[in-house]
Design a protein around this ligand. Sequence first.
Ligand code: GDP
Length: 339
Amino acid sequence: MQVMTPQKVALVTGITGQDGKHLSTFLHDKGYLVYGFIRGQNNPRRAELEASHPFVKMIEGDLTDPTSIVQALEVANPDEVYNLGAISHVGYSFKNPSLTAEVTGKGVLNVLESVRITGRAEKTRIYQASTSEMFGGLDYNRPGTGYNEDSLFHPRSPYGVAKLYGHWTAKNYRESYGMFVSCGILFNHEGEHRGVEFVTRKITHAVARIKYGLQEYVELGDLWPKRDWGYAGDFVKGMWLMLQHTEPDDFVLATGETHSIEDFLALAFAEIGESDWRPYVRQNPAFMRPAEVDILLGDPSKAERVLGWHREVDFPTLVSRMVQHDLARVGVATEASRG
Ligand code: GDP
């Protein structure tokens, strides 16, 4: 007689964000029933997600409202919760620091406490989306091989500070209540679902529009900062692997390479045959930050060793893929408007 294993259930917060889209597809392909926790009445992003990810079951709620999280847990009764929901943009967090603290920081406490008080502490595994922004990129704090799970934290933005609160709260629930809570300390990860408020997608979107004659240049802030940029599709696999491991723990996911925004510009413009990006870029102080993280470089060796995780997409492939995606998208829209 064939023994059927019950279908696994996941509840994903931040479902309309970049990682929510990649992760829900990944989990669906693995046979999970995926619930998405979605904010706000008539959230305009809901229709878009329902069209692109029709298999996701939506539950309305808000990370700042614990009652709504409890209700979502009761509807979904998940085996795994992925807490990806956050005010996730560093620049925006300087403009809305209090909201960032509520959602990105205290929202983590609300999720953990809701799991605990509904009697799910033993059944439900939780992934907390921690971030390389907790390290802050300061020189004294940077080992030559990149940040690892033991590096010092020194966040340099309201976003980084709020995420660090969430990170320590997650560890505290692991230690205090024995809950299976794993934190992924993820370095920047990009792709076709990245929002245009982030520098990579802002550039690739602009490159496509420049190619089609829809704009002449792109306005950016500082171009010297360096980031360890990977592909989001690779990183969501790492999130899932963390929850399949025998023990809850913290893991850095990164590529182990760092590149400046100028490096990104050079590859992105080369993709449309332009060997010099400078004529197409103007600097605007409006896009500079009160405090900048100069360089981020991660050391993913623990995740590679313990989880068997490896990134597949390298930096040139990432840039090329994003530009080609935007060229296709802008091209279709331009053809349609020219009728
Ligand atoms: P972050 O690393 O999470 O802050 O990701 P972002 O993509 O928002 O920013 C990456 C880097 O690009 C930071 O050092 C920003 O200061 C820098 N940057 C330069 N110009 C821009 C811009 O126009 N928009 C954004 N978002 N970042 C910019």
